[in-house]
Every structure is written in C-alpha cells, then in structure tokens.
Ligand binder design. Structure first.
Ligand SMILES: Cc1ncc(COP(=O)(O)O)c(C=O)c1O
Length: 462
C-alpha cells in the first residue's frame, strides 16, 4: 500500500456496508487536460450501484405501508436491481419474485436463485402491451397478491432519492466540492436524476454528461431534440427506447453515443491499465468520460462511476475468443479456408490431445472447455486421429477399463484432411458424413473446422 489508511470498520449487518464507496483517480490512461475519478460502486456488497436503490425503495415501501412484515417484493429485471433487491429482501425477511425475460443468461438466473429469489421466466420477444411482456407480468403478479409490493424502479421516486441522499453527497465530499462534470448512463434514470439534482444544487455550473449506447434514443434527444427509432446494443443496464417517468433528462448538457465495440475495448483497457474489473456498461461510461476529458481546453475535475463488477463478463467481453467470434477483435486473415478455423492451432488457441493421454483426462478436458471433439497430434505435430463424443461414449460402453487407457486406442484414425486452398464446397461432404475437417498441408496442421464454425462463418457474411 502506498499511503497509510484508516482502520477499516467492522459492520454487524451487510446492509450497513452499502454506499460510502471509494473514489479512484485514473492515472495510467490519457485524460487530456482533466483529472478523471471513478467511484467504485462495484464495491457495494451486491457488486453494483443498485444496492442503494434497493434499500431506499424497500424503506419507502415499509414506511408507506405498501410492504408489510414478511411480505413479497416483485420486480421485473434480470440485472443488478434484482440482485440488490434479493440482498436487501433476504436480510429483511421478505420474499422476492423477479420476472425475467428468457434471453437472460443461465448464470444470472442461477445467481438470483442462489440469493433466494423466485424467478418467473417470460418471453423476451414481445413488446409492451403483450400479456407476456416482462414488466406487465410483474405488475400483474403484484396486483393479484395482496401481500405484494411492485418495486418498479422505472417509476419509483425512491430510486432517484437514493442517489440524491447518498451517491451525490458522497461524490461532493470526496471531491471537496470541486467537480466540473459528472458522466453517467441512464437505465431507469435514477442515477442521473438524483446525483444530477444534488450536484446542480451545489454547483449550477457542474455539467451532467450522458454516456449512452449507440442505438439508444437518448443521445439524439439530448443533443438535437430529435426522436428516433431505437436500435439494439449489447451493453447491459443502460440505454433506452423510451424516457422513464423518473428521468430528468433536462439536467443533461451533452450526450455521447458509444458503440458496443468501443465500450468493450475501453472496459478491457480499464482492467489492464488501472486494474479495475468493471461491467460492460462501465465501458460506455468510461469511454464517454475519456472523450469528454480529451475534448476540454481547460483542466477540469470529472467523475464517473464503476457501476458494477465485471466478473460476470469474464466469458464474454473479457474473453478474446468471444470478442473474435462476435467480430469485436479482428485478427489477420489468410484469405482462404483457414479463416473458418475458430481456434487456430499455430497460435495455440485450440485444445489437442497426445495419443498417450488417458481417456479420463480427455473427458475432463472436453467438459472443462465445452468442446465435443479434439485433434490427437503426435510429437511432430501431425494429426493422427480425432476423438469426439461418440468415440468417448463407445469407449465407456464397450470397455469398462477405458478410463486409464490411452486415447489412441479409441480415437477415429481416419481423418478428413483438407488443404488451405480447399473451397467451402469441399467441406460439405465431410459435414454430411458427420465428420470434422482437419486443415493441414505438408508443413503444418492449422486447426479443425466443424459444422458450427461454418454456420458462424456464413452467419457473419449475412
Ligand atoms: C450497469 C448499470 N446499471 C445502471 C446504471 C444507471 O442506471 P439508472 O439510470 O437506472 O440509475 C448504470 C450507469 O450509469 C450502469 O452502468
């Protein structure tokens, strides 16, 4: 540690640990003439800024009598608000039902269930007004249950109140009242409205800057007063196709539209250079903050947020293969069939087996990396066979002692080799026979092409 720190406090309930998050100055990334600070909301116990609103929304519902002892909280979300409500509900003895559209990942649903929430899955392909639209489903569940309270973060004034009473004052104090701009995104609008109101009351010249995904309707509305049709984006938690009722957009001076690609690369840079593991939307916020800082002519003190922790993106935005597969990392191409290889052997991206490796080890590798076949290569790096799920299944059924035996006894030795100069059409008979293509020439083995690789390749051409 570089400077002495006060002794960390001891808490007696995890809810006491919400808020009072630290501020970090960015020192290893170019911020133009400005000083840029990030408030580490990812260090809340539920790992996001939404812990704050879960507390105030539940407190307000208790006070107004909408939520009674042992009652039920209902919300429509698969994001951080669901986890935050689960945290607070669990500590305060309420049941929580979250209605989740079925496009959400298994991981998120498991996380909610692990925290004790009841998850109701509904359709993600229907729009507002349809009886299976997730917000309408949540509203109906709450309406039909006399013990239920619908948290409704998009319309609940206790949401911006949380930021007006806690996030805003904390930022002001941490910056010693010297803050020229605050950069944030809009999901429900709670953060911008609550923090924005507080900062503007203290310093009317403080600029509120919106970080918005490309495709959201908010940037054209803020910058040009223009209403546009919404598009789609991958960053989670921010960007809108309507203006929520609690959102005070008039506080916002200027908006920056950031593409998914820029957001993901910026979040990766933030981790590499500053050591901050943050969620995808933080990439949007941080990219917008950097653009704002670098555009300034005068030195300014700027604050943005690390809204959530990036651990849930390790297999997506922080994974090079996911970035390549989704076109966010472009790698050198060969201009021939080698461009269809998803995991390149010469770049050590693939998982191979040596002929002597025991079958049990091969099964472990297949499970660990979720792959259904692997090339078996000899000491000269030549493919001598393929071991796929069928080979493993047959081995297990036919030979009770197969686990310790070498894979060479069970692999398929007849491999379908194609040269780099082959055409896509040459692959079709191989796939029709349910085999995989081994791309190799006299010098090298380049990698495997499977049916799904060809499907992905063709999909990207669409
Ligand atoms: C993950 C995430 N959630 C929520 C927000 C803000 O949401 P809200 O407008 O609902 O306060 C942000 C950004 O500011 C965010 O990055």
């Amino acid at each position: 540690m570089t400077s002495p720190r006060a002794t960390a406090p001891v808490f007696h309930n995890i809810l006491e640990m919400i808020g009072n998050t630290p501020m970090l100055e960015i020192t290893r990334i170019d911020t133009g003439p400005c000083k840029l600070f990030v408030k580490m909301e990812s260090m809340n116990p539920g790992n996001s800024i939404k812990d704050r609103i879960a507390v105030t929304m539940i407190d307000a519902a208790e006070k107004s009598g909408k939520l009674k002892k042992g009652g039920r909280i209902v919300e429509a979300t698969a994001g951080n608000t669901g986890l935050a409500l689960a945290l607070v509900a669990g500590q305060k003895g309420y049941r929580l039902t979250v209605v989740v559209p079925d496009k959400m990942s298994d991981e998120k649903i498991s996380h909610l269930r692990a925290m004790g929430a009841e998850v109701v899955l509904t359709r993600s392909d229907v729009a507002k007004g349809h009886p299976e639209y997730y917000q309408d489903v949540a509203e109906k569940i709450a309406r039909d249950d006399p013990d239920a309270f619908y948290a409704s973060q998009f319309t609940n004034e206790a949401n911006p109140q949380a930021h007006y009473e806690t996030t805003g004052p904390e930022i002001w104090e941490q910056m010693d009242g010297k803050i020229d701009a605050f950069v944030a995104g809009i999901g429900s609008g709670g953060t911008v409205s609550g923090v924005g109101k507080f900062l503007k009351e203290r310093n009317p010249n403080c600029e509120i800057i919106l970080a918005d995904p490309v495709g959201s309707i908010l940037t054209p509305l803020v910058n040009e007063g223009k209403k546009v049709q919404p598009g789609s984006w991958l960053v989670e938690g921010i960007g809108e196709d309507f203006v929520p009722s609690i959102c005070h957009l008039e506080l916002v001076k200027k908006a920056y539209a950031i593409s998914d690609e820029e957001a993901f690369h910026t979040a990766r840079e933030l981790l590499k250079k500053e050591g901050v593991l943050a969620g995808s939307s933080v990439g949007t916020l941080f990219a917008a903050a950097l653009r704002y800082c670098r555009e300034q002519k005068e030195p300014k003190r700027v604050v943005t947020l690390i809204c959530d922790n990036g651990a849930k993106y390790l297999s997506k935005m922080f994974n090079d293969f996911w970035m390549v597969d989704n076109g966010f990392i472009k790698r050198p191409t060969y201009g021939d069939i080698r461009d269809l290889i998803a995991r390149r052997h010469l770049e050590r991206e693939d998982f191979c087996l040596s002929p002597e490796i025991p079958v049990l080890q091969a099964i472990k590798r297949m499970r660990m990396f979720s792959i259904s076949q692997m090339a078996v290569v000899d000491e000269k790096d030549r493919v001598v066979g393929i071991l796929d799920e069928t080979d493993v299944l047959m081995a297990l059924v036919r030979d009770r002692d197969c686990a310790a035996k070498p894979v060479k006894d069970f692999m398929t030795s007849r491999v379908e080799t194609v040269r780099p100069t082959a055409s896509v059409n040459d692959l079709l008979p191989i796939f029709r026979a349910d085999r995989v293509a081994v791309v190799a020439d006299d010098k090298h083995f380049y990698g495997l092409i499977t049916k799904i690789d060809l499907i992905n390749y063709l999909r990207k051409q669409l």
